[in-house]
Design a protein around this ligand. Sequence first.
Ligand SMILES: NC(=O)c1ccc[n+]([C@@H]2O[C@H](COP(=O)([O-])OP(=O)(O)OC[C@H]3O[C@@H](n4cnc5c(N)ncnc54)[C@H](O)[C@@H]3O)[C@@H](O)[C@H]2O)c1
Ligand SMILES: O=P(O)(O)OC[C@@H](O)[C@@H](O)[C@H](O)[C@H](O)CO
Length: 430
Amino acid sequence: MLHLGLGNFFRAHQAWYTQHAPDAADWGIAAFTGRRRHLADALRPQDGLYTLVNRGPRGDEIEVIGSVVAVHEAGDHGAWLRHFRSPRLAVVTMTVTEAGYQYDPGSPDIAALRQDPAAPVSSAPGRLLGGLMARDRAGLDPVAIVPCDNLPANGDRISQVLRDMAGQVGPEAARAVDRAAAFVNTAVDRITPRAGDADARTALAATGLRDAAPVVTEPFSQWVLAGKFPAGRPRWEDAGAAFTDDVAPFARRKLWLLNGGHSLLAYLGGIRGHHTVDQAVQDPVCRAWLEQWWAEAAEQLAAPHDEVAHYRAALVDRFANPRLRHRLDQIAADGSQKLTVRILPVLRAGPVAARRPRAAVQVLAAWVCHLRGRGAPVDDPYAQATDAGGPVAAAVPRLLRLLDPGLGQDPDVVAQVARQVEAIEQQNPR
Ligand SMILES: NC(=O)c1ccc[n+]([C@@H]2O[C@H](COP(=O)([O-])OP(=O)(O)OC[C@H]3O[C@@H](n4cnc5c(N)ncnc54)[C@H](O)[C@@H]3O)[C@@H](O)[C@H]2O)c1
Ligand SMILES: O=P(O)(O)OC[C@@H](O)[C@@H](O)[C@H](O)[C@H](O)CO
């Protein structure tokens, strides 16, 4: 297997399932960082081994994960292509954040691949396309591409991005996408906050081993997949993964209830002085907004009432885990990329005008207040290029346009969000 986007979540999730598959001994993952090299530098001296701290509300379970057998920094394009040219490669997983799925028609990778399919390229789609061209040139069987980011229809999405890019590169690239890849859609879930210095001490105390990059995660885990694996795969189903024909209902439920709830808590909780998810979910004001958001989102889920109620109750317990200390500023980052997937589908599907989903509007308003300087520091390169200051009535359409141009031109949505922004700013003076 290959992985693109060596980070925390991959090591708590796909690498964990691979280690726990009954045929784990037949498999190994060569993992590449997405952009920077520091994690490759940290893991290489430990032969890819790392400590997984499974952090429940009452204690930790510690495990050393050994399914990552090679680590490479993002720039090692020669090694990337060598893996694609190997007949043993069967599966390519990826976690590259929402930004990694952006198609940029002006990307220098397009001209580079047009000139030389083996040219060093740096974007996630460029690297995948270069890899598939190398595989196709080598005349090898197709591999499964398995995106594991928080996006609906993530397999269809990356397939489309690669086809668009291949269309610009040329016929050989288009053929390679058709012949060398099978795309798998997934819904993924396991809350995995960034680890801190104390976690390295926890790992050392438990294992006697110094770990430069341990991972902390929660006990809950879910992986739902739909698609074909022409060259085989580990028996992940025996480690708890679920294979289905359609991941959409799982992805919607997870993205709206869990991730939408997270974003709500990140913005409102930050504004109300909280720093972690467990603090925010215990705050009655945040909790009331959360329940209202869940009720609105659930109306659009078309799932049995009992099932949603069970999922919501379990989420409250997961969010309230006081030992995980999931920081709101980590979740608040890159909201301009996340809210389109987590909040807008519910806003759009709900009734219009006066009965528009109120909690969805509230989340957008809390995000606007965050960009205007309340709560966690802003970390969103796409949004930071836009002026969030000045009169609310002018700032709101400017910012909503970042999520969807149509939203910023909808006078009704703009008015409702602006009213909420004014209310939040009045109730939470600086
Ligand atoms: N952390 C979680 O709880 C969690 C749970 C479910 C899904 N996910 C998904 O996994 C993704 C990664 O989360 P993480 O916790 O591992 O983060 P992380 O910061 O530990 O790792 C992110 C990886 O993505 C790469 N990357 C970032 N932007 C990129 C880009 N534009 N192009 C290519 N590579 C890029 C980074 O270089 C790094 O290798 C999330 O964006 C989310 O979609 C995370
Ligand atoms: O990983 P991000 O930054 O896209 O989103 C932050 C969290 O909402 C997310 O990581 C959740 O913890 C995760 O999706 C749970 O499965």
